[in-house]
Design a protein around this ligand. Structure first.
Ligand code: TA6
Length: 303
């Protein structure tokens, strides 16, 4: 079947029979999303190059979250609260939203899907708040990947709720020791490798020689991740997501993770658009929106 005959959106069986949606762009670009966790596991450019990292040891078996791609961390980032790490949204089965709220009319040649998550009775026992989490995943005509989250408090009890959030994006890189990140210089961060104490970043772009696990606070709307070997820059543009988490487990932590190859830390970097420092509080009827747009430039945006 030629690519021109392929449907722009197809639902097929993925690993272990889990359902996944394939979104095909006009120039051969492609995105894959598992309904389990509304989890983007693949984002390919027009050359068919994979831009996201997914571990070869990822288990793809509920209730374990998929290791890599873009896990959705909601309603709790990390262990900053009573729920399981990164909350439960990434290990729930999402469904197609057949009644999406009116979004601004999308430009032509954009392929998108609308998914929705509502709490189950079990969820309400551990997090007693009614919500609707709508996620639009869009593949733009230039191959850019956009995720727009809309969380609404649908409670009728008059009670507000508070949450933290992250798009836990795993970028695929040639060699972590040849990667630089621009946009986070001189900012304050909480260092998870030092009891989450607050520090101030030095003045030039980030490079990587050991484990890093930092929550940068009040970050700019644009962050660049440069892969020197590939002469490729990932651009992250974000709205409603003031913080950014940078994580690489390095060798020791990599070996300690069953669903992560010992040497895979060399070929990934997480840069996560997030809301951590100032959690979001929604009154009944209120809605929060958080959007990240990922794109690539085939050159290094040197400072
Ligand atoms: O985003 C960084 C982080 O919070 C790290 O501390 C590490 O725990 C990573 O997320 C992976 O978390 P996970 O629960 O997916 O193994």
């Amino acid at each position: 079947m030629s690519s021109s005959e392929r449907k722009p959106i197809e639902v097929i069986k993925g690993i272990n029979g889990l359902e996944k949606v394939v979104l095909r762009g006009i120039h051969g670009t492609c995105v894959e999303v598992y309904l389990y966790g509304a989890h983007v596991t693949s984002w390919k450019n027009e050359l068919g190059e994979e831009l996201l990292f997914v571990s070869s040891k990822s288990i793809f078996k509920p209730p374990k979250p998929i290791r890599g791609g873009i896990p959705i961390c909601f309603p709790q980032f990390s262990n900053l609260g009573p729920l399981e790490t990164h909350g439960f949204a990434r290990n729930r089965l999402w469904t197609f939203d057949d009644d999406p709220p009116p979004f601004p009319p999308d430009a032509a040649n954009k392929v998108f899907i609308d998914l929705i998550l509502r709490p189950t009775k079990e969820d309400l026992k551990i997090w007693p708040h009614s919500f609707e989490f709508r996620l639009r995943i869009t593949l733009g005509p230039g191959g850019d990947l956009m995720l727009t989250s809309r969380v609404r408090n649908t409670g009728t009890d008059g009670k507000p709720f508070t949450f933290t959030f992250a798009y836990h994006t795993y970028f695929s890189v040639s060699d972590i020791s040849e990667v630089r990140v621009e946009g986070l210089e001189t900012l304050d961060y909480l260092d998870n490798c030092q009891n989450r104490e607050r520090f101030t970043e030095q003045g030039d772009s980030l490079t990587f020689e050991s484990e890093v696990d930092k929550i940068y606070l009040s970050t700019p709307t644009k962050i660049a991740v440069m892969d020197h070997e590939k002469k490729r820059t990932f651009l992250i543009r974000k709205e409603g997501l003031p913080d950014a988490v940078v994580w690489n487990p390095w060798d020791k932590k990599a070996k300690a993770m069953a669903d992560f190859g010992d040497d895979e830390y060399k070929h990934m970097l997480c840069v996560e658009a997030a809301v951590v420092e100032k959690p979001i509080t929604l009154k009944p009827g209120e809605e929060w929106r958080g959007r990240q747009e990922l794109s690539t430039v085939n050159k290094l945006l040197d400072s």
